[in-house]
Design a protein around this ligand. Sequence first.
Ligand SMILES: C[S@@+](CC[C@H](N)C(=O)[O-])C[C@H]1O[C@@H](n2cnc3c(N)ncnc32)[C@H](O)[C@@H]1O
Length: 220
Amino acid sequence: MDSKIIDPLVEAYIKSMCPPSIDFLEDLETLAEKYGIPIVQKETAQFLKVITEIAKPKSVLEIGTAIGYSASLFALSMGNGYIDTIERNEKMVDRASETFKNLENEKMTSVTIKVHFGEANEILSSLDKSYDLIFIDASKSHYQSFLDLSLPKLNDEGILICDNILYKGMIASDEYVVKRKKTIVKNMRNYLNVLMANEDFTTSILPIGDGLSVSKRRRK
Ligand SMILES: C[S@@+](CC[C@H](N)C(=O)[O-])C[C@H]1O[C@@H](n2cnc3c(N)ncnc32)[C@H](O)[C@@H]1O
């Protein structure tokens, strides 16, 4: 399907160039496809692997777990450390817990993964750890409050990655906006304006998947 973000032929080519997933991840991709569960796109997954290998975070905070696909990607690339991931849908929490149990049972990573059940804004207020990398991939209208609550937990020189920031091209151009998504578009545009203007961060907007922002926190 045309994401409206880059040329469809180029997008198909980039997807085709991504190496095949290991069986563990492929099973999750199949499950997501079967039940229409949104997980990061293939090229986004590849990017998350690369950035994890470059930045070597020892701690990750994720907002939006779903079935635990992106958290598994982080865990597999990190080797050790801890991940806290937040999800408000109980069925997803159960499935993600199964995913993380399987990762542990198959001894694929030494990373400790904890899935927190509840509204992100509530859970974020109760977490008392700090993180090298924060990944936001949940309700698109609430990125600003997710950021406000999670920023105090991001270490100096930490990385912030947000998915869906171009949301099917709608954030970039009114030409693509559908009426019922107007509020999301407005909120996401405001969020990106605030993020890009934040001098504590160096931020880049990438046309990968549904659009990714990647920010590096400057040393204080
Ligand atoms: C796009 S999916 C996450 C996909 C996952 N990051 C992956 O790629 O494997 C978004 C998830 O965030 C959850 N979610 C959305 N808004 C939330 C909120 N305010 N608090 C907690 N979870 C939320 C949804 O229930 C959904 O399962």
